[in-house]
Ligand binder design. Structure first.
Ligand code: MBD
Ligand code: FE
Length: 297
């Protein structure tokens, strides 16, 4: 190619370097590293696809739309990241080294956009399902939270659980469900045990009423997540775990629209081992946490 038929010969590497070097001396080293790489990659991305002004503005408007839809019950910016695999990638970068180097440590998975910070603490053995749908199957889910290093039970750990209903909606997306339906925080007892009744999860379409749904449509992709239950487990002196468990029988396991499935997180719901009018199924799920570096015994 000659100089004149090169599409974007105007603002090249010198321009990008100039933008990067405009950062001042008070920038922290990590901020400088992150922003320099972001600027370089985003400039190169625009050059590679020869991004037009109209396309760029469509992207800006998509981000603005995501922001306008977001509040303390809904995080559309996060959902946008999810459908392009970014939250799963960041989760892997942040947590996979620890999971691989510590045998038995429960694997992490992404938080997703529907966690709520104000979920009530409930008693072990109670149900998180208050508006149980006719097609819902109840599960007695229970387990033990332990220290991965020595298997000792962790008392007073919190197990925060949330799931969508069988209509594919989380409580905050559905005015027919009562506030905090299908959510609860449970504290482990002296043996590190927790227990509750929940729904067998069902496959779930991620919300299509915003930019993330629009983007999936534009990319000709399906919107389903495999059946999952979210968990966030915290114990004092231990690294908090955010994860999801997946029904091993779900047909969408191999094509999660947000790329969060890991083999270690697949579970099997089995018939309840004892007579229980409250649940036909059961799931034992034990969780191991690792100490925070430097934590005292
Ligand atoms: C969900 O329910 C979810 O868990 C994630 C990670 C993304 C979109 C919807
Ligand atoms: Fe979810």
């Amino acid at each position: 190619m000659t100089q004149t038929d090169r599409p974007s010969d105007g603002l090249g590497a010198d321009f990008t370097r100039n933008v990067v070097e405009s950062m001042g001396p008070k920038t922290s080293p990590r901020m400088r590293e992150v922003m320099a790489a972001l600027i370089k990659h985003i400039h190169d991305f625009a050059r590679e696809v020869q991004l037009t002004a109209d396309e760029w503005m469509a992207g800006v408007q998509m981000i603005n739309w995501a922001g306008q839809m977001s509040d303390n019950k809904r995080n559309e910016g996060q959902l946008l990241c999810d459908v392009i695999g970014l939250e799963s990638l960041v989760d892997d970068i942040t947590f996979s080294a620890a999971t691989k180097s510590t045998n038995g440590l429960t694997a992490s998975a992404i938080l997703g956009p529907f966690w709520r910070s104000d979920t009530p603490v409930r008693d072990n053995g109670t149900s998180i399902s208050f508006d149980t749908p006719a097609d819902g199957q109840m599960v007695y889910m229970h387990g033990q939270v332990t220290d991965v290093a020595d298997g000792k039970p962790l008392a007073n750990a919190t197990v925060d659980v949330w799931q969508a209903s069988t209509n594919g909606l989380y409580e905050q997306q559905d005015e027919k469900q009562q506030d905090h339906n299908l959510r609860g925080v449970f504290k482990t007892d002296a043996e590190g045990r927790y227990s509750y009744y929940c729904l067998r999860p069902t496959p779930y379409p991620i919300p299509q009423d915003g930019p993330a749904g629009k983007l999936l449509e534009l990319m000709d992709r399906h919107v389903f997540r495999p059946a999952h239950i979210h968990l966030m487990v915290c114990a004092s002196g231990f690294k908090s775990l955010t994860t999801q468990i997946f029904d091993e029988d779900c047909p969408y396991l191999a094509k999660d629209s947000v790329f969060a499935v890991k083999d270690d997180l697949k579970v099997r719901f089995v018939p309840r081992s004892v007579e229980d009018p409250k649940a036909e199924l059961e799931l034992e799920y034990n969780i191991s946490l690792a100490k925070t570096p430097g934590a005292l015994d």
